[in-house]
Design a protein around this ligand. Structure first.
Ligand code: GRF
Length: 202
C-alpha cells in the first residue's frame, strides 16, 4: 500500500511541483493524495489540477467572517484531513499559516515543514530577506535551507535535512532567492522519501 501524503500550500507551489515530479519518477516514496491551500488564488492549485491531484481550499477569512477562531480553522482542517485522507505524512510546502496545537497534536510526528534558513537562524517569515540584509551588512557569508518536523514552536522542530547556501559577492536578493529555491526543490523530495522510510524516527 503506497504511503499517503497530503501537501499544504499557500502560493506558487514550485516546491509542490518538485514533489509531483519526484512522485512521477518514483522517487518520493509515496503518493500525494490531496493538496490543501488556505489561499483561493494559489497557483499551486493549478499545478495540482494539472497533475490530477484532488485539492481542497479553506480560508481563515471565511472563519473570521463567521465569527470563528484560528483554533476552529485548525481543528476543522485537521478533522477533514484525518477523516478523508488518513495520511502517513503532511508536508508544509510554502504554507504560510502558523498551525496551533489543535492541528499539530492530531498528527504528532507526521508533519514536516520546508524553511529557507538554517536551524535557529531566521525563524518565521521573510527569512531570505533577513539573511540577505545581514549579508549586505557584512555580517554573514552564508545561509541555508532546512526541512524539519513541526512542533508548536515555529521552525523549532527537529531538523531532518539541512543544507548551507553561500551568499555570493554581487548577489541581488533575487540571485540568493533563486539559489535557495533550486536547493529547496532538491532537498524537500529527499526529506519526504527519508521520513517515509520504515524505520525513520521523528
Ligand atoms: C519557499 O521558499 C518556502 O521555503 C517558503 O515559502 C516558499 C514557497 O515557495 N516557506 P513555493 O510556493 O513552493 O514556490
Amino acid at each position: 500500500m503506497s504511503k499517503k501524503i497530503v501537501v499544504l500550500i499557500s502560493g506558487s507551489g514550485s516546491n509542490l511541483q518538485a514533489l509531483i515530479d519526484a512522485e512521477r519518477q518514483g522517487e518520493l516514496g509515496g503518493t500525494i493524495t490531496l493538496v490543501v491551500s488556505n489561499k483561493k488564488s494559489a497557483f499551486g492549485l493549478t499545478r495540482a489540477a494539472d497533475a490530477s491531484i484532488p485539492t481542497h481550499v479553506r480560508t481563515l477569512k471565511e472563519y473570521k467572517d463567521a465569527g470563528k477562531t484560528r483554533e476552529d480553522f485548525d481543528k476543522d482542517l485537521a478533522e477533514y484531513i484525518a477523516e478523508t485522507q488518513h495520511p502517513d505524512l503532511i508536508v508544509l510546502a510554502g504554507w504560510m499559516h502558523i498551525l496551533s496545537p489543535a492541528f499539530i497534536d492530531r498528527f504528532r510526528g507526521k508533519i514536516i515543514n520546508l524553511h529557507p534558513a538554517l536551524p535557529g537562524e531566521f525563524d518565521g517569515a521573510h527569512a531570505i530577506d533577513r539573511a540577505y540584509s545581514e549579508f549586505k551588512a557584512g555580517k554573514r557569508t552564508k545561509t541555508g535551507v532546512m526541512v524539519h518536523f513541526v512542533i508548536p514552536e515555529v521552525d523549532k522542530g527537529k531538523p531532518i535535512l539541512t543544507q548551507n547556501i553561500p551568499c555570493v559577492e554581487g548577489d541581488s536578493l533575487a540571485d540568493l532567492e533563486n539559489r535557495i529555491h533550486v536547493v529547496e526543490h532538491e532537498i524537500l523530495p529527499r526529506a519526504v522519501k527519508l521520513v517515509l522510510k520504515e524505520n525513520y524516527v521523528s
